[in-house]
Design a protein around this ligand. Structure first.
Ligand code: CMC
Length: 464
């Protein structure tokens, strides 16, 4: 259960009763210790008192990958993986997707409450009027190779924004924090669309303030010679919903990166660039691409039984299925599935949807998957929407980074306001050599093999 659910705070605000403790006997010394239990956790620092001698450092906990460690207190996102529940600031994701918009959700995540009408109008106005990037940013994008990965370009340009807004390093200034939130959310689609157009060798399209946030993104991506791009409202809505679904997901790898880097008190652009870098990894932001490639490989509904056999024989993985936290249907997958159908109505059918639907049905009828609690996750269907929008697979992770920016900003602000925040600095178990004396290089034995990089140097060898 601990693996599947965010711990909710104790109803009494975390005050421990007599039973809310752990009695630990250290068999090395026979000493017994009382460790307080609150909010379903014990404090790792309490273990430091457990020592074998006065000069002992004290006991540490060992948890690579934080699989059983709460790294912070957070009031932003709640997940109950066993029940398939996802809430932002207490609001069920289903209600937000049905009734809200991505920009309203971004406000909710960052400021903790839904905005009033006036606040929402102001927020949307501010974001709409900060979508332009400095012309020199455009020149950076031009400097990338034609085939540069768009996530690499996004990583570079988001990091570069910190040099354009040096006042953002005043991280305790509310106004600066607000401006950074506005600028990051506003400029992310512009940077993403510029990266896309750069890969295609097409001129960049500047933001259009008359359009909605997703509509403007579609315009910057797809506008050609028409005087005004008119986005299809069904595509706009599908994109908006997809972005609500991806806006936050509590302490995932990239959020942890933003918090960890941000804890050094660096400016928010640099902290968010760390989030982009983490999301770039195939284990995090890249699964929707693998899911689409898998559907391509399956090729037709007739091949599904053979494919599922190979999954069960562990020759393949059913991409877009299973989740570390959700042991039930990922609530995001259910919502996306409906929007795939809406999008395909506009863009034309995609045979992969038929394969995906049948694959899901058969997997959910199969004990192998149900016994292991493997259900479709958000990535099972999202790639199909991106594909229907004609996006190359390289862009899929970028489409995740755009909305996750609001979650990163919300988590960054919460981290700064938390009195318990200190610079993130884990401990280690040292496994290296004991102390030894330096030996002069001449006469030193070779002890390790290193790969050679000489064939990739720029040295010109006329004899070669
Ligand atoms: N296909 C086939 N078998 C699977 C799959 C899968 N997709 N996922 C898990 N299993 C099996 C796994 O082999 C294991 O079986 P056994 O107990 O017999 O050895 C059992 O289910 C438990 O799996 P696990 O690897 O212990 O689960 P995990 O929590 O470590 O992994 C996961 C979670 C998401 C990495 C994994 O389910 C997976 O690789 N899924 C496919 C990739 C994918 O869709 N990733 C997107 C996640 S959603 C995006 C997000 O929220 O960030």
């Amino acid at each position: 259960m601990a693996d599947e659910q965010t711990q909710r705070e104790d109803g009494d605000g975390g005050v421990a009763t007599a039973q809310d403790s752990l009695s630990i006997t250290d068999n090395r010394t026979g000493e017994t210790y009382e460790v307080e239990v609150s909010d379903g956790t014990v404090r790792a620092m309490d273990f430091r008192d457990i020592k074998v001698s006065e000069d002992d450092f004290g006991l540490m906990t060992y948890d690579p990958a934080f699989t059983n460690t709460a790294s912070c207190r957070s009031s932003i996102t709640f997940i109950d993986g066993a029940e398939g529940i996802l809430e932002y600031r207490g609001y069920p994701i289903e209600q937000l997707c049905e009734k809200s918009s991505y920009l309203e959700v971004a406000y909710l995540l960052i400021y903790g409450e839904l905005p009033s009408r006036e606040q929402l109008d102001q927020w949307v106005f501010e974001i709409t009027h900060h979508t332009y990037v400095h012309e020199n940013i455009k020149k950076f994008v031009e400097g990338f190779r034609h085939d540069a990965h768009p996530m690499g370009m996004l990583l570079g340009t988001v990091g570069a924004l910190s040099t354009f807004y040096p006042d953002a390093k005043n991280i305790d200034d509310d106004q600066e924090r607000h401006m950074a939130a506005i600028r990051l959310i506003a400029k992310m689609p512009t940077l993403a669309a510029f990266a896309y157009r750069h890969n295609l060798g097409l001129p960049y399209v500047y933001p259009d303030n008359d359009l909605s946030y997703p509509g403007d993104f579609l315009s910057m991506m797809y506008k050609m010679t028409e005087v005004k791009y008119e986005p299809d409202p069904r595509l706009e809505r599908a994109l908006d919903v997809l972005w609500i679904l991806h806006a936050d997901h509590e302490q995932n790898c990239s959020t942890n990166a933003v918090r960890g880097v941000g804890s050094s008190q660096v400016d928010p652009y640099s902290a968010v660039a760390a989030g982009v870098a983490a999301l770039y990894g195939p284990l995090h932001g890249g699964a929707n691409e693998s899911a689409v490639r898998m559907l391509e490989r399956i090729g037709s509904v007739d091949n599904i039984p053979d494919f599922l056999e190979s999954v069960k024989n562990r020759e393949e993985k059913l991409m877009g299925f299973g989740h570390r936290i959700y042991k039930n249907y990922d609530p995001r997958a259910r919502i996306i599935k409906k929007h795939v159908e809406d999008v395909l109505e506009v863009t034309g059918s995609n045979p992969k949807l038929e394969i995906a639907t049948e694959l899901e049905k058969r997997a959910l009828d199969d004990d192998y998957f149900t016994e292991r609690k493997l259900y479709p996750n958000v990535d099972f269907y999202s790639g199909l929407i991106y594909e229907a929008l004609n996006l190359p697979k390289d862009m899929f992770t970028v489409m995740f980074a755009i909305p996750r920016t609001s979650g990163w900003v919300a988590q960054w602000r919460e981290m700064l306001d938390d009195e318990e925040t200190k610079i993130a600095r884990p401990r280690q178990i040292y496994t290296g050599a004991g102390e030894r004396d330096y030996e002069p290089v001449d006469g030193r034995e070779q002890r390790v093999e290193t790969p050679s990089g000489t064939d990739q140097t720029n040295t010109v060898n006329p004899a070669a």
